[in-house]
Design a binder for this molecule. Structure first.
Ligand SMILES: [Zn+2]
Length: 221
């Protein structure tokens, strides 16, 4: 009853374009399901990652949606993202991982934001894949945002030593799926993978909702 009332007052909207959804639509409107900027296969490699995959290019409504999720309190997008990313992982054959984990934000940022958007995403993916999301890393330095730095080597330097493993016993010999919201130059994901591998992980794969569209030199393009 309450949920029906809430749906009347706050009708569910498309997570990408914000259009009010019709009865048959969930998470995304029909138009966005057809037209979202889905990624194509890429030859791009990032240091220390055994592989990576992303659902969308970081542009248009996908970019706007992820910015609302991260900066405008739209934490309620997490279940929709989680369903979409879990579906993508299954479609791409990203299965058989020992641990599902995530790139953490700094505690101070989490305090002011009220949530860690990647942890929420990881919890949502975990619910879909029926595997728990496990914290394996903590951010030990609050670094300036990567988005404010253009140069790749500066971005690498910015995150070098910024993460530490939580529980090496949990990591050793494991095949790890590391989630983040967006992969841009790969500096953050690579640094996290380096820390996990140093702590004894067998392999680290990264999956994100979006990849920066400057990384769009794709096979067949
Ligand atoms: Zn839409």
């Amino acid at each position: 009853m309450l949920s029906k009332l809430l749906a009347l007052i706050f009708p569910p909207k498309c997570v990408l374009c914000k259009k009010i959804l019709t009865g048959e639509e969930t998470d995304f409107c029909h138009h966005c399901r057809q037209n979202a900027p889905e990624t194509r296969k890429s030859n791009l490699r990032f240091s220390f990652l055994a592989g990576w995959t992303a659902v969308w290019y970081y542009k248009d409504d996908a970019r706007k949606s992820l910015l609302r999720y991260k900066f405008s309190g739209r934490r309620n997008y997490a279940p929709a993202y989680g369903r979409r990313l879990a579906m993508h992982l299954q479609k791409e054959g990203y299965t058989g991982f020992d641990i599902l984990t995530f790139v953490p934000i700094a505690p101070i940022r989490r305090y002011f934001r009220g949530y860690d958007q990647v942890e929420l995403l990881s919890d949502a993916v975990g619910r879909e894949l029926e595997m728990p999301s496990v914290r394996t890393l903590r951010k030990i330095r609050n670094t300036p945002p990567q988005s404010g730095i253009r140069d790749v080597s500066r971005r690498r330097a910015n995150v070098l030593g910024a993460y530490r493993e939580c529980d090496p016993e949990n990591i050793r010999g494991k095949r790890i799926l590391l989630l983040d919201d967006v992969i841009t130059t790969g500096a953050t994901a690579s640094e996290c993978a380096r820390v996990l591998l140093t702590a004894g992980a067998k392999e680290v794969f990264c999956a994100t909702m979006a990849v920066a569209s400057h990384n769009t030199k794709n096979v067949g393009e």
